[in-house]
Design a protein around this ligand. Sequence first.
Ligand code: 3HC
Ligand code: NAI
Length: 712
Amino acid sequence: MGATTPDSVVTTARLGTVLVVTVNNPPVNALSVAVRQGLAAAMAQAQADDAVAGVMLVGAGKAFIAGADIREFGKPAMPPSLPEVCRSIEDCSKPVVAVLHGAALGGGLEVALSAHYRLAIQNSSGGAKLGLPEVTLGLLPGSGGTQRAPRLMGVKAATELMLSGQHLSAKAALAAGLVDKLVEGDDAQAAGLAYVNELLAQNAPVRRTRDIAIPDPAAALAELEMLKADTARKTRGLFSPLKIIECVQAAVQLPFDEGMALERSLFLQCIDSPQRAGLIHAFFAEREAAKVPEARAAAPRPVASIAIIGGGTMGAGITVSALDAGYPVIMVERDAESIARGRANVEKVYAGLVAKGRMTEEAKAAVMARYTGSTSYDDLANVDLVIEAVFEDLEVKKAVFKELDRVCKPGAVLATNTSYLDIDAIAAATSRPQDVIGLHFFSPANIMKLLEIVVPAKVSAGVVATAFELARKLKKLPVRAGVCDGFIGNRILAVYRQAADYLMEDGASPYEIDAAVRDFGFAMGPFQVTDLAGGDIGWATRKRRAAARKPGDPKARYVEVADRICERGWFGQKTGRGFYLYPEGARVGQPDPEILAIVDAERAKKGITPRSFTADEIMRRYMAAMVNEGANVVHEGIALRPLDVDVTLISGYGFPRFRGGPMKWADMEGLPRLLADIEAFAKEDPLFWKPSPLLVKLVQEGKNFDSLNHSA
Ligand code: 3HC
Ligand code: NAI
C-alpha cells in the first residue's frame, strides 16, 4: 500500500458543525498504522474543536474499511493500537456516526461498532457489507468486536457471525440490529451528512455500545455452551473459533474493560499461531495466483457467449457455472439422446436448488432460457469461447478440435478440460494453436473453486488473459499451469498417492493412513477419496500408463492392492465396497477385514515384512512426497511459484487451508529437515525418493520456498 502519511490517508473537513473524517487508503482502506494515527488525530480534533457538534466517519472509494492491514501481522506492532483508536471514538463526547457504503469488515466493523450510530447504504454496486471475518485468517476480532457485537445484536447471532466469517448486506445488518438506519443511493457522503444533521437536530445523545447490558446472561451462557460443543466438532483442530467463544463468554460475565483485556490476550495468541500464518498466506496466495505475466502483457478478448462440448459430468457442471455467471451457453453433444441427457444434467442442478428453496421456478426458467442444446457444430460459428469436455481420449479430442477449427470464427478461444492429455498435441490438430488453451475445472465444476489454466507452447498472451478474466467472472480461483502429465494438481496427487500405497504395503493399514491424513486436517484420507471417486477410474489410468510404458523404462515399485480390489468389482461407494464397506448405501465406510487380508497377501507375495508406522511417520512420508513433487513442478516451470502449488492443493485437493498449502507448510517445518527425510527414505527406494533439485538448491542457499513467491 506504499508509504503513506496520516494526513493523506485520513482527511478531515468541517461541513457546518459536522467534522467529516474520510479514510482514503486504497484499495480497501485497511487500517494501516498511518490510518490508525490519522483516525486518532481526527478524534482529538473533533473533541478539541468547539465548532464541531458531531462526527461522521466515512470511507473513500468502494469500501468503508476492510479491516486491519493484514500485511502488518507478524511485524512489530506500532502505536496507536486499534483498540485504542476504537476507544477514542467511543469516548468522544460528541455523537460519532459511521457511514457504511461498502466493506466494513473486521477492524473496519469494529471501528463502526465504536461509533455511536451506524448508517448502512444500499447502492448500485451492492452497498454495505458487514462482517467479522477474522476467523478465516486464524484470528478473532481483536478491537472490541467480541465485546461490542454481542451487546448490539445478541450473543448467539454475534457469535455465529464471528464463527462463520459471513458478510451481512445492509438489509441483513439492519434486521440484526448492527446498524440504526438504511438508506438507498450512490452518494454516501450526502446521505451520511443528512443523517448526522438529523441526529444533531434531534439532540440525539452519545450512545456507547459498551454501556449496553446483555440481557439474561444465564440463557446467553447456555447458548454459548451449545455453540462450543458444535464448534469443537465442526472446526476440528482450529485454534481461533473456540477462543472467540471464550471472549463472548467474557462479554457476558465480565465488566467491559476486563472483557477487552481478555480479548486482547487471546487475539495476541492467535496472531502468534502457525494457523494465522497459514491462513494469511492462503489469503494472499489466492490473490497473487491470479497475477500472471500474460495478463499483464495483453488485454483479454471479449467473451459474450460460451459453448460447451459434451454434457456429461464436467460439461454439465461447467455449463451451470457459466449460466450462473450470466453467460448464454450452447451445449453440443453427439446425438439427440446425449443432448437430452446433457440438458437433464444441467436442469437437475437447478431443480435441486428449487427443491431446497434456494431458487424459484421462475428464476430457474430464466436461467435455462440462456441454455441451448445442439447436435451440430455449425451452431458454434459466432461463439467467443468454447470449452471441450468430451471423453478423455486424445483422438476423440483431436477430432473435436478439428471441427471447432472448421466452424469457429477467427479469434474464438478454444479450450479443453482435459485432465492429463497433451494440450500441445490437441492444439496441433487445429490451424490456430495460438487460440487453444487448457481450462481444467474440478468436479463438481459448478462448486469447486479451482481452475487450472493450462498454457500450451503456442498460445497467445491474449488468450491466457481471457482465461484469467473468465475465471474472475465465474468466481473461480485460477492457477496458471504448464503442460505435463497431470498439470500441477493431478501430477502431485499421483506422487503422494503412490507414497500412501507404499506405506500401506510396508505395514500401515489404509485405515491408519486415512486417519493420520485426517488428523493432519484433510477432510478425507487418500483411500476414502479413491472410494468416493470410484476405484475404476484410477484402474483405467494405471492400465493406460502400463500400456504406454516403453521397454527399458526403469520399473518403479508398483503396488497391486488396488488392482486386486478392482478385479473383484469393488469400486468404492457406488458399488457398496472398496477399501471400505458401505452397507446399505452408507456414505461413511467401515474398515473391511477382507481388505486387510488382501494387503497381507500382497505383502507376502513380495516378501515384505510389515513394520509399524506412527501417525507422524506416515505424515512425514506423505508430505515429503507432496512437497518434493511440488518443488519439481516449480523447478520445471509447470507452476510459476510455490504459492501456485499451495492454492491448487488447498482449493482442489482438500489440503487444510490453515496450514497454508504444502509449500508453506514445508517452509514452516524447515526445508533442511524435509530434505534430510527424503534423503533417508531414498536409501530404501532411490527410484521413488529423489530430492528435487530445487529443494536441494534452496537448502544449500539457506532460503525457503516463499523467497520464490515474489519473483514472477
Ligand atoms: N489488509 C491489507 N490488504 C488487503 C486487505 C486488508 N485487510 N483486504 C484486502 N486487501 C488487498 C488485497 O490483498 C488486494 O491486494 P492486491 O490488489 O495487491 O492483490 C486488494 O486489497 C483488493 O482485494 P481483493 O482482490 O480481495 O478485492 P475484492 O474487491 O474482491 O474484495 C474485500 C474486497 C471484500 C475487502 C476482500 O479483500 C476481503 O475480504 N478482505 C479481507 C477482509 C478481512 O478479512 N478483514 C479482517 C482483517 S483482520 C482484522 O481486522 C483484525 C482486527 O479484528 C483487529
Ligand atoms: P463424461 O463421460 O461424464 O462426459 C463426456 C461427454 O462427452 C458424454 O456426455 C459424451 O456423450 C460426450 N461426447 C463424447 N464425444 C463427443 C463429441 N465428439 N462431441 C460432443 N460430445 C461428445 O466425462 P467427464 O467426467 O465429464 O469428463 C469429460 C472431460 O473432463 C474429460 O477430458 C475428463 O478427463 C475431464 N475431467 C473430468 C473430471 C471428473 O472428475 N470427471 C475432472 C476434471 C476434468
